[in-house]
Design a protein around this ligand. Structure first.
Ligand code: PLP
Length: 378
């Protein structure tokens, strides 16, 4: 640091500052009118009946599992190529995961055939993850789920504003889970959203996000209630009004910023064509959210050396992701699982900088550094 081109950057300005100041002046800091407005506008964006704002996507995933009655003795099929929270959320409930492989180097989303191969009598649900905001094969995955009586949860942390066949990502399954973490397409610092068309899932999520209490401080403040009962073992997964206000300001920018991410992605693909790297998702379906820009180095390339050279050129990169089944927490139980494509692509993947305020010269600088870093040493 400082990077010539960082991996990600916020598009924050006066709108975000004004939104926060309005909340501070209102003297109501948590789960009130601003949170409700964010929920309503997010539900409209995704085209679902219910949106429940929470403290993170991890919390949303946990609540989705709980609302679907997933628990000890159950199994949930998840991609190993995801952020660890996708699997951890299942484990919080006492259930176990089974890992599915991804489709191939050209499509890093979970493979429907691999999902099918992981179904057992204990299977209760499938969690898909829309990698980089590119749609999973939802029609086929939903069909498999229906055939086997499984629920579908979408980890849509990368995918706010993305669509497939006219339906928003997050609205295909029983529940969709979004992240508003600092580096996501819609950033509030920490935060998340659970969306669903199912009344009962929304009701459970609302209850469990706030200690299983039947009324909120807000309801009591409004004079709607005086006391409360506790009807389930809930959590504190609430969001606050400050972050909800940031979310509303960022929501106003989402369509424009997703379009900018798309333009930068297309420019990267144009400039990288001809270099010995693979560019996944070149024939992706639908309208992706272009959250990150992954490339795959040639087989056998020294990734650590490549990343080090990029670093020296002032370019921040990342890896999405070390596969979950190789983490010590998971490895022992899952040592036997065969995920050849995940093992291959996760050894070769490097994520290049992508953010809506990236300039043309930043893209060219990254591409020049990629070209230089791929050359043989010496
Ligand atoms: C960021 C992310 C999460 C976790 O989101 P938090 O809001 O930080 O809890 C889960 N899954 C994926 C794929 C992510 O990228």
């Amino acid at each position: 640091m400082p990077w010539r081109v960082p991996l990600a950057d916020l598009d924050y300005g006066e709108a975000e500052q004004a939104a926060v100041m309005d909340v501070l002046r209102s003297r109501w800091l948590t789960m009130g009118a601003v949170t409700r407005e964010l929920e309503q506008r997010f539900a409209a964006l995704v085209g679902v009946r219910h949106a429940v704002a929470v403290s993170s996507a991890t919390a949303a995933l946990h609540l989705a599992c709980l609302a679907l009655d997933i628990g000890p003795g159950d199994e949930v099929i998840v991609p190993s190529l995801s952020f660890v929270a996708t699997a951890n959320a299942v484990r919080y409930t006492g259930a176990q995961v089974r890992f599915a492989d991804v489709i191939g180097p050209h499509d890093l989303t979970v493979s429907p055939a691999s999902i099918r191969a992981q179904i057992t009598p204990r299977s209760k649900a499938i969690i898909v993850m829309h990698y980089a905001g590119f749609p999973c094969r939802m029609p086929e995955i939903v069909r498999i789920a229906r055939q086997h009586g499984l629920a579908v949860i979408e980890d849509a942390a990368h995918a706010p504003g993305a669509r497939l066949d006219g339906t928003a990502l997050g609205a295909w399954g029983e529940a969709g889970c979004f992240s508003f973490f600092s580096n996501k397409n819609l950033a509030t610092g920490e935060g998340g959203m659970l969306v669903t068309d199912r009344e009962e899932i929304a009701r459970q999520a609302r209850l469990l996000r706030s200690h299983g209490m039947t009324t909120l401080s807000w309801d009591r403040h409004q004079g709607h209630a005086h006391s409360y009962d506790v009807v389930g073992l809930g959590y504190n997964y609430r969001i606050d009004e400050i972050r909800a206000a940031l979310g509303l300001a960022q929501l106003d920018k989402l369509a424009r910023n997703n379009a900018r991410r798309r333009a930068i992605t297309l420019e990267y693909r144009r400039q990288l064509a001809g270099l010995p790297v693979e560019l996944p998702f070149q024939d992706a379906a639908g309208e992706p959210a272009y959250h990150i820009f992954p490339i795959l180095l040639p087989p056998g390339a020294d990734r650590a050396d490549f990343i080090e050279r990029m670093h020296t050129a002032g370019i921040q990169t990342s890896i999405h992701y070390p596969p979950i089944h190789r983490f010590r927490l998971y490895y022992r139980r899952h040592a036997q699982v065969s995920l050849p494509i995940t093992d291959d692509v996760t050894r070769r993947e490097v994520t290049l900088p992508l953010y809506p305020t990236m300039r043309a010269e930043d893209v060219s600088a990254v591409v020049a550094a990629v070209r230089g870093s791929l050359k043989d040493r010496g």
